[in-house]
Design a protein around this ligand. Sequence first.
Ligand code: HPA
Length: 270
Amino acid sequence: MLDKIKETAAYLRTRAGELPEVAIILGTGLGNLVEYIDDKTVIPYSEIPNFPVSTVQGHSGNLIFGNMGGKRVVAMQGRFHYYEGYDMKTVTFPVRVFKALGINTLFVSNAAGGMNKEFKVGDVMIITDHINLFPENPLRGKNYEELGPRFPAMTEPYDKKYIALADTIAAEKGLRLMHGVYVGTTGPTFETPAEYEYFRVIGGDAVGMSTVPEVIVARHMDMRVFGISVITDLGGKDITDVPTHEEVQKAAVKAQPTVEAIVKAMVERC
Ligand code: HPA
């Protein structure tokens, strides 16, 4: 794994230009955020050694280097999901490479189903914590001390200063911004009414099929993390709406202006 990380990082150094300070993983329906990146270098995943190719519709696979809010950034347009069949080491490999490029800040975004009764479709939620309900932990197996400790603390998975900064920005811009706990599950099924209810009872506000593996690996390497969910559907025992991938994408696109405003300002000021 260490050799692969080094090889991929070495390749990207030849293509990236000036190296970024911030990496951004763009979730379902949020790929258009790349329009806010200037002077782009777009590298399809297929050209990057050791990178798998994303298979889901609505997830194009590009790594994009450029400038946003006066900072050098790299964005993943399309991520690798566990439900696609990738193992956890593959799902989280890009985060390993980001750290190897010297990046210490990771922004993650996703589409998620809301269980919190205050939430509405199209709401944007800052992730304050998560619950890992994947059947696996990406750190299972041999630990490489040069990457991080065997037993990393998860006391502050999402950086408190970033959360406060997002709140400040939302207040300045008059944006509705929710807070909540993200439950990470494998999918690809959406939840049954009883499952949404269960996730709410155990402390979850939103549920999705990504993010948790990447955040665990980022924290293993002591990267600072900021996470944002777009609430694309609601679930619970009284809710009969049937979520579809198309609806999820549509709702995510609707929330995009808010996400863009927050992320752009966050990059500028983080
Ligand atoms: N459940 C799981 N993942 C999701 C959902 C959901 O309701 N909406 C968007 N991603």
